[in-house]
Design a protein around this ligand. Structure first.
Ligand code: ZN
Length: 317
């Protein structure tokens, strides 16, 4: 994993530096001692990106739910429990997003720091969905997908920095400085997204997705999302819910239908067939980054990719 790769990278190079310092006559200054990295675990790929950005070289980050995978239906293994057992800090979104985490921490007998970064955000209440089929949601009534708001992301990145400060007081200034620099990038990103939507008439801003992951994006950027599933991917959509969505697509002439990187595309493909439309050529990244080399390997790349794809689709480009 990330940690062992980091250790493999740092130890030989440090040894090489030390060897150089010992063999070169007159070179009395030893390489500054790199601290042993803080071991952190992040629940899923987007949060892991923030912990890496804020932690920099002082923190080695393991991620439980990897890029491209669905955190709603994640099933931890003993290997994940071992990662947890070695960690000094575990980062999660909270808001019921990682329903499996409590049991995992317990099975790892974890006693270290647990930081729920959503503390202090302005939550989106779960919308009352027409497709509801009577089952309760594990999440209560709060939408956990807070990273889809850049404003809320800024709050959560601040929480990451404070969590790392608790785990490693000596690095606190570094963490705060990294978080402040990144907050500047996020402000630019937020401005960009607002500018991209400013040119789109409000009545065109309608999108169909697989699951209801974009409530925060909807609130911040004035886009209406209709989803076949609720805020979790666990429950199957009902036939009634799908029929209602198909009616909405026809009546409201929604042109933007999106598959997601973490969800089975067949549902959206069916709705597209039944309504004589086509899914947008690019998937939205809802709950996970893409692998490195894909279109959304970081949080900022993810938000830019989604915004570009959404704006193109609703404009019919
Ligand atoms: Zn989700």
């Amino acid at each position: 994993m990330m940690t062992s790769r980091l250790l493999r990278l740092t130890s030989p190079s440090r040894r090489a530096l030390l060897a150089a310092a010992l063999t070169l006559p007159g070179l009395a200054v030893a390489a500054p001692a790199a601290p042993t990295p803080v071991r952190a675990v992040a629940s899923f790929s987007i949060l892991a990106d923030w912990v890496r950005v804020v932690g920099g070289e002082r923190v080695a980050v393991d991620v439980l739910v990897p890029p491209g995978a669905d955190a709603h239906v994640f099933q931890p293994t003993p290997a994940h429990a071992r990662q947890i057992a070695q960690a000094q800090a575990v980062f999660a979104i909270g808001l019921g997003f990682e329903g499996w985490l409590g049991r995992l921490l317990q099975s790892a007998a974890y006693r270290g720091l647990k930081i729920e970064v959503s503390q202090g955000i302005e939550p989106v209440r779960q919308a009352a969905h027409g497709h509801s089929h009577g089952h309760g949601h594990a999440h209560g009534d709060v939408d956990p997908h807070a990273w889809q708001s850049v404003k809320q992301a800024m709050v959560m990145v601040g929480r990451v920095a404070e969590g790392l400060c608790q785990a490693d007081a000596a690095g606190c200034e570094t963490y705060r400085a990294n978080a402040a620099a990144y907050a500047g990038e996020l402000r630019t990103l937020d401005t960009e997204i607002r500018a991209a939507w400013a040119a789109v008439p409000a009545e065109q801003r309608r999108v169909i997705t697989t699951h209801d992951a974009f409530g925060y994006y909807a609130r911040d950027y004035g886009v209406r999302f209709l989803a076949a599933r609720g805020v979790s991917t666990e429950a199957e959509p009902s036939a009634q819910g799908i029929a209602r969505l198909i009616r909405q697509v026809r009546q409201e002439k929604v042109r933007a239908l999106f598959v997601e990187n973490i969800s089975d595309p067949r549902l959206i493909e069916q709705i597209a067939r039944d309504t004589g439309t086509r899914p947008a050529p690019e998937a939205l990244f809802s709950d996970a980054l893409s692998p490195a080399g894909g279109p959304a390997p970081t949080y900022t790349a993810l938000m830019r990719h989604n915004t570009r794809a959404l704006v193109r689709a609703v404009r019919g480009d």
